[in-house]
Design a protein. Structure first.
Length: 238
C-alpha cells in the first residue's frame, strides 16, 4: 500500500530584521506571492520596505508583549535576521519560543551562535556567509561545478556541468556508477534546451536518469555524496 503525504504549504511569514539579508528575503517571499510581515525598530528601513511587504511594523522585537500583539503566533514561520547582533537574536529567539511560534528560522553569525540558537529553540539555523564561501570555494576549484550545497549531515549536493572534454560523455549512467570507486548517486540530469520558436530562448528539462542513459555534452549532473567522494569524482570527470 502506498501512503501519500499531503505537502504542507506555508503561506504567511514574519521577517524580523531588515538588513541586506532580511530585506532581500522579504522581496523574494513577496515575489513568490506569499504574505510576509516585515518587522524592524528602524523607521527608515520600514519605510523602504512598506510597498514590498504585506505589512510592515516598527517594533522592538525584544518586547514580548509587543510581539504577541502583532500576531507572530499565528504565522507559519518567523525568520530572525539579526545574525550580526548575536545577543539580540538570541533574546528574540527565546521570546518567540515562549510565545509558541510554529517554526523559528534564524540566521547565525558563527557555529557558537548557531549552537546557542538551537539550544534555546530555533528549528532551523542558516549561515549565509559561510554557505556562500563553501559554494565559491568549490566553483573556483572546479570551474564545471555550477552549484555546491552543504546539507546538514554527512552528504552534500553538487551540480556538475559536462563539457566536451569530460570522460563521461557518451558513457551510460550504470557503467559510470559501477566503475567508480566513489560512493556517489546521480539524482537527476538537467538538460538545457533551446526553444524552436525563440532562438534566443532556453528551457531546462529535468530527467531522472536510468542506468542506460548516455551522458551528453552540456548535461548538468545533480550529484549526491559525501564531500570527499564528491570532490574526487568531480576532479576525475571535469
Amino acid at each position: 500500500m502506498i501512503i501519500k503525504h499531503k505537502t504542507m504549504e506555508r503561506k504567511k511569514f514574519v521577517v524580523i530584521g531588515l538588513g541586506k539579508f532580511g530585506f532581500k528575503l522579504v522581496e523574494e517571499l513577496n515575489e513568490m506571492g506569499l504574505e510576509v510581515v516585515a518587522i524592524d525598530s528602524d523607521s527608515e528601513k520600514i519605510e523602504k520596505i512598506r510597498d514590498i511587504a504585506s505589512e510592515s511594523i516598527i517594533l522592538n522585537a525584544t518586547d514580548k508583549e509587543a510581539l504577541e500583539k502583532c500576531g507572530v503566533r499565528d504565522v507559519d514561520a518567523v525568520v530572525v535576521c539579526k545574525g550580526r547582533e548575536m545577543e539580540i537574536s538570541i533574546l528574540i529567539t527565546s521570546i518567540l519560543k515562549e510565545i509558541g511560534v510554529k517554526e523559528i528560522i534564524c540566521r547565525a553569525e558563527n557555529s557558537l551562535h548557531a549552537k546557542i540558537l538551537k539550544k534555546i529553540g530555533a528549528d532551523v539555523v542558516i549561515y549565509p556567509e559561510e554557505d556562500m564561501a563553501v559554494r565559491l570555494a568549490h566553483t573556483i576549484h572546479f570551474p564545471d561545478v555550477r552549484e555546491y550545497i552543504e546539507i546538514e549531515g554527512p552528504w552534500d549536493l553538487a551540480g556538475l556541468k559536462i563539457s566536451k572534454k569530460s570522460k563521461l560523455v557518451g558513457r551510460k549512467i550504470g557503467d559510470i556508477l559501477r566503475g567508480t570507486k566513489e560512493r556517489i548517486d546521480i539524482l537527476m540530469i538537467e538538460k538545457i534546451l533551446r526553444s524552436e520558436k525563440e532562438k534566443k530562448g532556453t528551457e531546462i528539462k529535468r530527467v531522472i536518469p536510468k542506468s542506460d542513459y548516455k551522458i551528453e555534452n552540456g548535461d548538468v549532473l545533480i550529484l549526491f555524496a559525501k564531500p570527499k567522494d564528491l570532490d574526487k569524482f568531480i576532479k576525475k570527470n571535469s
